[in-house]
Design a protein around this ligand. Structure first.
Ligand SMILES: *[C@@H]1O[C@H](CO)[C@@H](O)[C@H](O)[C@H]1NC(C)=O
Length: 570
């Protein structure tokens, strides 16, 4: 994969590139002039590689990959097609939905806050539902409710890195006043013969049951893995992951060391979807970053009859306007998995369904033409936050009394960081905007990494609340991605009348528990092996559901993945 130019530049530059695009282009042009660097800024759009279709080598597709052990594969396929199995696995999902394992933002520590105790029920339920699995795996607990199931392979982990599959036991709460809006009560796990309804059906109890069922099927088939298989179930993915996600990752790092895992599968907001009249299996190979920014403006108060020209509310308003007037610019770079997705569209979608303007610009993006990269982001306006750092002012507070001059005003802003940027770059951009306003009003200023001086009366302070760098991009030219791709081709089907399913890298705009696992492997894939067109995405809202027909086949997918990953062990 091509290394994007801006990565190199980021290291040398203290200023965010987003603010200095023109300067950078100037610099690059100067460099080209001086060193005669052969970068083509103007190539004929007619002669690009995308016109060559599949022969271009762009968005290569691997053939379908079948496990070597035909007997085991056959056993699992027959099982997954049987009605008895359907009935049982649907019951298992309904049963786990019936345990309302909600995670709340204000939960205290495990062991102190009794609301965690519901997770003992989840554990008991999983154990009762999968006795064969628990007779064959080693069970470890991370911080009481993080469950780690290890199905040991015959080859030691130092020689064949384990495969890790993640799911979480918790669900987002259903507010009491919203229960009436559900077609079926959220915690009934109602199955109407076609659909399983309830909170957690897709996020993430369907995934949890699918991966443990896949191990159950493999054990019952008599299969003995060479590569160790690990399942890990968090308890707080929907809040912070600090109570289970992080302890699970710490446990695994102690056990297997950095880079000790072969690949990680986790839930994804992506699966089988249709774009540009083409079916895609979208594998999220990266996640955007995250930052909550707080800004507090303080000054002396007084009586409203003798006000200053600008009090803290006015100044904070000026800050908000400055922030919204200077949004981050977007650009499509080769580092962004969405660029790979667009390439896949250009190569594999019907020509008439793929926007010509986009196709023409892909070549420029590939050649690191910065202007072309910005233009492409601009022309994909409805997808812009895949290419751009988003900012959303979510909270504002100030003033207590109509006749008193307010002494403090504060705001909280939520940002989702583009894959090419970093927390430091975003902080610098914000500091430069706000510092200017502080100077203008003669106020003291404390940026993200300076303390907010309590003795100072007139001041603006900035601070980061939750922060997460954009995830490293998982390689798509390495063996694990090929194994996953081949498994997708083998087990999953295109939608409607499409004749092929194209596997493509994709970007997840939200975050999963995988944020704690970066050190364990470069190969992290967020992917739900179901048709997301018909399953819609009702995670986090009313009437969450999953189609039984799709759900019952998920374990076949995960079992095949385990088998295929085992076949590449020497
Ligand atoms: C910022 O203001 C909020 C709301 O008034 C307050 O809760 C918080 O402690 C302040 N933070 C700092 C660093 O001063």
């Amino acid at each position: 994969m091509t290394e994007p130019v801006d990565k190199r530049r980021d290291k040398n530059s203290k200023s965010p590139w987003v603010l200095h695009g023109a300067l950078v282009i100037g610099l690059v042009s100067a460099l080209i002039a001086i060193y005669n660097i052969p970068i083509q800024f103007s190539s004929s759009p007619e002669l690009d590689n995308y016109g060559l279709g599949t022969e271009s080598g762009i968005c290569p597709q691997v053939p379908k990959l079948s496990p070597r052990n035909k007997q085991v594969e056959q056993y699992i396929r027959e099982k997954v097609d049987s009605e008895e199995y359907h009935r049982k696995i649907i019951n298992k999902l309904s049963g786990i939905i019936r345990i309302p394992s909600e995670s709340y933002d204000d939960l205290g520590p495990i062991g102190e806050d009794d609301r965690w105790n519901i997770f003992f029920q989840v554990e008991g339920y999983i154990k009762a539902s999968y006795p064969t699995v628990f007779a064959n795996v080693k069970l470890d607990h991370a911080n009481t409710h993080g469950l780690i199931l290890t199905w040991e392979g015959s080859v030691p982990p130092s020689e064949a890195k384990p495969i890790l599959m993640l799911a979480h036991q918790d669900v987002v709460p259903v507010l009491a006043e919203n229960v009436k809006d559900w077609t079926y009560p959220p915690y009934d796990g109602h199955y109407d013969g076609e659909i399983i309804w309830g909170r957690g059906a897709t996020d993430d109890k369907g995934y949890l049951i699918s991966i443990i069922e896949s191990v159950d099927l493999l054990i019952k088939s008599g299969y003995k893995p060479k590569r160790t298989v690990i399942l890990a179930f968090g308890c707080d993915e929907e809040i912070s992951g600090e109570n289970c996600g992080r302890p699970i990752s710490d446990f695994l790092r102690r056990q297997y060391g950095d880079d000790g895992i072969y690949l990680i599968m986790d839930e994804g907001s992506t699966g089988i979807q249709r774009e540009f009249d083409q079916s895609f299996a979208m594998v999220s190979v990266a996640e955007k970053g995250y930052l909550d920014v707080g800004i507090n403006v303080s000054s002396t108060g007084g009586h409203a009859s003798n006000p200053p020209d600008h009090n803290v509310i006015g100044i904070l308003s000026e800050i908000v306007v400055a922030i919204e007037s200077n949004p981050f610019s977007g650009k499509v770079t080769p580092k962004n998995p969405m660029f790979r997705f667009l390439e896949c569209g250009a190569i594999h979608a019907p020509e008439s369904s793929f926007p010509k303007a986009v196709r023409r610009k892909l070549n420029k993006v590939a050649q690191n033409d910065i202007m072309g990269q910005e233009q492409l982001a601009h022309s994909l306006d409805d997808m812009r936050y895949f290419f751009q750092t988003s900012q959303s002012v979510g909270k504002i507070n100030g003033g207590v009394k109509i006749n008193a001059i307010p002494e403090t005003a504060s705001t909280l802003i939520n940002l989702r960081l583009a894959v090419e940027t970093s927390i430091a770059q975003v902080e610098e951009h914000y500091e430069s905007l706000v510092h200017k306003i502080a100077r203008k009003h003669g106020m003291a200023f404390a940026g993200f990494h300076s303390p907010c001086n309590p003795a100072e009366k007139r001041k603006i302070c900035m601070f980061g609340v939750d922060a997460l760098e954009p995830a490293p991009v998982s390689p798509v030219d390495a063996e694990p991605y090929r194994i996953l791709s081949g498994t997708i081709k083998n087990v999953l089907k295109p939608l409607g009348s499409d004749d092929q399913l194209i596997v493509t890298p994709y970007l997840m705009p939200a975050n999963t528990d995988t944020k704690f696992f970066w050190a364990l492997t470069k190969n992290i894939f967020r992917f739900t092996p179901v048709n997301l067109v018909e399953n819609l995405n009702r995670a986090h809202t009313t009437d969450e559901f999953i189609r039984a027909e799709e759900f019952v086949r998920e374990p076949l997918f995960f079992a095949t993945l385990i088998l295929n990953a085992d076949d590449v062990v020497d």
